[in-house]
Design a protein around this ligand. Structure first.
Ligand SMILES: [Zn+2]
Length: 398
């Protein structure tokens, strides 16, 4: 049981509404090209948007390969956020049609589970209608951008693949965090962690490629998370020791900040850290309160209930960067898979590796236990991407 504190909220910019057709496969996507098309005549965007399946996965692909030579008009950042007050006679479907938005997205945006649920006087948040098909300029620096998964859900890792026309420097920024791109020649990728408490709303992702920048509104979707209250009798003896708790967190944060080149790519997958089908007793992202406190944090890993002594296996190749007893996490192993991707194994009863070991997939790292802040034998499996805790289950091989 490990907490991941902090709340990330993203304030969005003013809404500039660009009316366009609804692309049913592109719910909630608004893409604006900035600084790529100065001087171009205002024209209807013509382009191609297809969903592609990298390695069998659904995603979003923006492809300039077959574009018309005319460029889209630059309109500034588009995002959601207008409030509409429900009037007598309104229906959700009617409101959706009036604002040219998808009814299901409108319901989800306003946390409505029943399409007949709206009442007169209620405020509905309306995202900007879907923009015309996003396009990449045919003579711009990028030939293709691909996102997976799309749209991303709170707690997932968003993968961005880039294909450029010539080698370029690339940076990515989601809200106010910058993320590195791994670039080889004309191809690159980046891993962007979506915090489990990230606001479920369009969030601007800025790609800077060479001398140009582009903003894509990433429609972060709300996940479904359970809520747990951890009794004070369990948490207080450990969490009251603030100095040790904070020192441990700082030590791990320093390890997570290392970006070591390796063979990890977005097509890498994990095998299960446990051989066998053990119940998942506390999923990643569960909302937690401790004792009588009201502060909500999230569970930073996936808990599996398994008997003490069950072997814990490396899910992928990597370098052991921590293998010791910690105050909160108990006996712990941390593996660096490279490029800012780490997995952690907490509360173990025994350790079978040491710092500096290079482990192979399936190698025994240690054994399930109940050391540290734990109420019974279980494996806490944690994944970190560029410093942030994300759902490891996204990366399990099917
Ligand atoms: Zn846990």
């Amino acid at each position: 049981m490990i907490i991941e504190g902090g709340r990330e909220r993203v304030r969005l910019m003013v809404s500039t509404v660009a009316h366009g057709r609804i692309y049913s496969r592109l719910i909630g996507v608004f893409v604006v090209l900035l600084a790529m098309c100065c001087g171009a005549a205002p024209v209807a965007a013509q382009g191609r948007v297809v969903t592609a399946a990298p390695a069998g996965e659904a995603g979003l692909q923006l492809d300039a390969a077959t574009l018309s030579p005319v460029l889209p008009r630059s309109v500034g950042i588009v995002s959601g956020g207008e409030l509409y007050t429900v009037q007598p006679g309104d229906t959700l479907l009617g409101v959706a049609a009036r604002f040219d938005v998808d009814p299901a997205s409108l319901a989800a945006r306003n946390h409505l589970t029943d399409l007949d649920q709206i009442t007169v006087g209620q405020s509905l948040r309306i995202d900007a209608p879907l923009a015309p098909a996003p396009v990449l300029p045919a003579d711009g620096p990028l030939a293709r951008i691909q996102f997976w998964p799309w749209p991303p859900v709170q707690g997932q890792t968003l993968v961005v693949w880039l294909q450029a026309r010539a080698p370029v420097t690339t940076t990515l920024r989601l809200a106010d965090h910058a993320y590195p791109a791994v670039v080889e020649g004309r191809h690159g990728w980046a891993l962007i962690p979506i915090a489990p408490l990230a606001a479920p709303e369009p969030t601007p992702l800025t790609l800077t490629v060479g001398a140009t920048s582009m903003v894509v509104a990433v429609p972060v979707q709300a996940g479904i998370f359970e809520r747990n209250a951890i009794p004070a009798s369990v948490s207080d003896p450990i969490l009251s020791q603030a100095n040790q708790v904070n020192a441990e967190a700082a030590r791990l944060a320093a390890l997570f900040a290392v970006d070591r080149p390796s063979g990890w790519t977005p097509r890498s997958r994990f095998s299960s850290p446990l051989a066998g089908d053990y119940p998942r007793t506390s999923p990643f992202g569960s909302r937690r309160t401790y004792g009588s406190g009201t502060a909500v944090s999230t569970h930073s890993g996936e808990d599996f209930s398994a008997p003490a002594g069950t072997p814990v296996l490396a899910p992928a190749a990597g370098l052991v960067v921590l293998a010791e007893s910690l105050f909160v996490r108990g006996n712990a192993v941390l593996i660096d898979h490279g490029h800012g991707v780490f997995t952690g194994y907490w509360h173990l009863s025994a350790l079978n590796v040491k710092v500096g070991d290079r482990v192979a997939p399936g190698q025994v790292l240690g054994q399930v236990g109940s050391t540290g802040l734990s109420t019974g034998a279980h494996l806490h499996w944690e994944m970190r991407v560029n410093g942030a805790a994300v759902d490891p289950m996204q990366w399990l091989a099917p």
